[in-house]
Design a protein around this ligand. Sequence first.
Ligand SMILES: *Cc1c(COP(=O)(O)O)cnc(C)c1O
Length: 365
Amino acid sequence: MSRVYNFSAGPSMLPESVLKKAASELTDYRGTGQSVMEMSHRSKAYKGIIENTEALVRELMAVPSNYKVLFLQGGASLQFAMVPMNLRKKGKAAYVDTGVWASKAAKEAKKWLEVDTIASSKDAGYSFIPEVKKVDGDYDYLHITLNNTIMGTKWEYLPETGSIPLVSDISSCVLSEPLDVSKFGLLYAGAQKNLAPAGVTLVIIREDLITDSPVENTPAMLRYDIHVENGSMYNTPPCYSIYMMGLVLEWIKENGGLPEVTRRNKEKAALLYDYLDASSCYHATAQKGSRSLMNVPFLTKETDPEKADAINKKFVAEAAEAGLVNLAGHRLVGGMRASIYNAMPVDGVKALIAFMDKFAAENLK
Ligand SMILES: *Cc1c(COP(=O)(O)O)cnc(C)c1O
């Protein structure tokens, strides 16, 4: 069986050459006679792997030297708790509610501090990013979700926060286009969208925000300071996922780096949005000016809910038969969604558009 184009929102496609490289090293990593899966995380070989991955993160994201890079576990979802537990000072933080993940982050934070939801696009079905140009006040930080995986929106600008640290969940847009790390106090990303298989969470934290946890009896595993002191090896790290992240980052570097990734992502997104905007059969749900490069939710023009549901199911099933898989929208929003992360080739998007055209001719005219 040949490989499919996988439009899953996560875990998602990995570059085929990365999978092949991993396969070639699977039983004997570079003459060590062991798989990376079997290796002590304290070994010299593994130390080389984790250091290489960190160096590539720093290089490709241009991480300034006053930031620490951590490889943690628990997914982006655990960061929803670690951020407030570790960054609490005065006891109040600002959140912007731009979707399901953003509201989950705020809900978790409320267990540790007071949360001000300073803006929301909930009433508009989260179809755009609200305007939050400037934030001041007695906040320990401002939290935003830079790319909203489910609704397919992204921040096109960053709010001015002065001395308030800006914290962002970048799970579904990390390394998809340039990001000025120096504008942030803390960034976090679950790896399974754009970086690696599931199991590792990338955290980039500015040094002045690393302090003893202000929350009494914080478990050691939930303290940034302890992970920093131990170089992400307080306990056994997710060794294989970190290795895979290194291979993915090498793939980016060998293929023109972030500028080329960005160019390709813009090309793919433009192909799809232009097609949707010109179509009389489909439309994109995210508003112009807030559209994600990575996740593109769309609907057919069918307005009767029952008929639309049947059409969507048919679309998703026939697409899968054509080798275009995981196109169902998130279970909370329905419709369709094409996630077109870094590893999705331009040809995958072209194949999707050709399928959409054929499906429309057969079902939507
Ligand atoms: C997928 C996703 C999450 C959840 O990530 P986990 O690693 O499964 O906890 C959180 N935020 C965003 C923006 C996501 O896309």
